[in-house]
Design a protein around this ligand. Structure first.
Ligand SMILES: [Cu+2]
Length: 141
C-alpha cells in the first residue's frame, strides 16, 4: 500500500513538472513564430561576448529584429523604450519585447511596433548588460 501511495505521489509530481515544461516551451516558441504583420524595417542584431551590434537608428513602425548569437554562450535580446543604462539594468525603461534563450550560433527573430523615441537593446541575462551587452537605438519619425 505504501509503495502505491509513493507511486501516486511521484506520478502527480511528474504531471506537474510536465505541465510546467509545456508552458515554458509554449512561451519560448511564441517569439520564433512568423509574424503576421509585414515588417516596415528589419534590423540585424549580432550578440557576442560582450556586445550588442546593431544599427543605431531605424524608422518607426513594425520592426523585425533578426538576432544572431555569434558568441560562445547563451544570450537573449530585450528591447526597452526609454530609461537609462545603470549597471546591469535599464532604469525607468519599459520592456517592449524579449526573446527566449538563444544558444551559441543560434538565431531568433523578434518583431515589435516602435514609436519614435530612444530605445535600448540589451542582453537581459544576469551580468551581461553590465559586461557590455547594450546598444542604443533611435527610432525616427
Ligand atoms: Cu548575454
Amino acid at each position: 500500500m505504501r509503495s502505491l501511495k509513493v507511486m501516486a505521489g511521484l506520478l502527480a509530481l511528474l504531471l506537474v513538472a510536465g505541465a510546467c515544461g509545456y508552458g515554458e516551451t509554449t512561451a519560448a516558441t511564441t517569439t520564433t513564430e512568423e509574424p503576421s504583420v509585414t515588417p516596415d524595417f528589419e534590423v540585424a542584431v549580432a550578440l557576442s561576448e560582450w556586445a550588442v551590434g546593431a544599427e543605431a537608428s531605424v524608422g518607426r513602425g513594425e520592426v523585425r529584429f533578426n538576432v544572431t548569437n555569434g558568441g560562445g554562450t547563451v544570450h537573449q535580446l530585450a528591447i526597452y523604450r526609454g530609461g537609462s543604462l545603470s549597471g546591469d539594468s535599464i532604469d525607468g525603461g519599459e520592456l517592449i519585447g524579449r526573446t527566449g534563450n538563444i544558444r551559441a550560433d543560434g538565431t531568433d527573430a523578434l518583431q515589435v511596433s516602435l514609436d519614435p523615441g530612444s530605445y535600448w537593446l540589451v542582453c537581459p541575462i544576469s551580468g551581461h548588460t553590465a559586461a557590455g551587452m547594450s546598444a542604443e537605438l533611435t527610432v525616427g519619425s
